[in-house]
Design a protein around this ligand. Structure first.
Ligand SMILES: Cc1cc2nc3c(=O)[nH]c(=O)nc-3n(C[C@H](O)[C@H](O)[C@H](O)COP(=O)(O)O)c2cc1C
Length: 185
């Protein structure tokens, strides 16, 4: 059966990771996309894209301000949620259980239902507060997968570095990926 995946894009730099993940998932999974207000600004700034880019046969685009949505409920089975990129603001609010937007609420549901929540933070340097929030989320069951590509593949084009991170996300989702070959010395 096709996996049901929630992809959230928030207002951190590196929206290219979210876009690339979407491109890889859209024909292979049922994808529910949520874009924060600042995430939409970053999509425009960094990629020249509008939220309408995130469309497709098995794709639903949700408004993060609209809580009255199927995915806000634990009774709607979602296999996994990926927040990519994850801003420190969103990380902090998920960690505090704020649940004030659809992104925060779905992340909260993933944690309470013990489902897979993958957070891809992008910030540097990290403050003590960022690190404490990330640790709390790890302890609550989330997977912290930093947007931190390796450079050992040799051909380090921008695309291959983005693919490095996206491949690791796809592996964590249990999806086949051919973006990154296993390391061979
Ligand atoms: C151009 C730009 C780049 C930003 N990059 C980052 C970033 O890399 N990481 C981060 O945590 N916040 C970053 N921010 C700050 C967030 O956008 C801000 O904290 C915002 O409130 C996050 O909202 P959201 O989590 O609802 O998307 C950036 C803001 C701007 C305008």
């Amino acid at each position: 059966m096709m996996k049901r995946i929630v992809l959230a894009i928030t207002g951190a730099s590196g929206v290219c990771y979210g876009k690339r993940l979407f491109d890889c998932l859209k024909s292979k999974a049922e994808v529910h996309v949520i874009i924060s207000e600042r995430g939409a600004e970053l999509l425009k700034l960094e990629l020249g894209l509008a939220p309408s880019y995130f469309s497709g046969e098995q794709v639903t685009l949700h408004k993060t301000s609209r809580m009255n949505s199927s995915i806000a409920s634990g009774s709607f089975h979602v296999d996994a949620m990926v927040v990519v990129p994850a801003s420190m603001g969103t990380v902090g609010r998920i960690s505090a259980g704020v649940s004030g937007t659809l992104i925060e609420r779905v992340a909260d549901v993933m944690l309470k239902e013990k489902r897979k929540l993958i957070l891809v933070p992008r910030e540097t340097p990290f403050s003590t507060i960022h690190l404490k929030n990330l640790l709390a989320l790890d302890q609550a069951g989330a997977l912290i997968l930093p947007a931190s590509p390796g450079f050992y593949q040799g051909q380090n084009s921008l695309e291959s570095l983005v693919d490095f991170v996206v491949a690791r996300i796809l592996e964590q989702l249990g999806m086949e990926q051919n973006l990154l070959k296993p390391y061979e010395p």
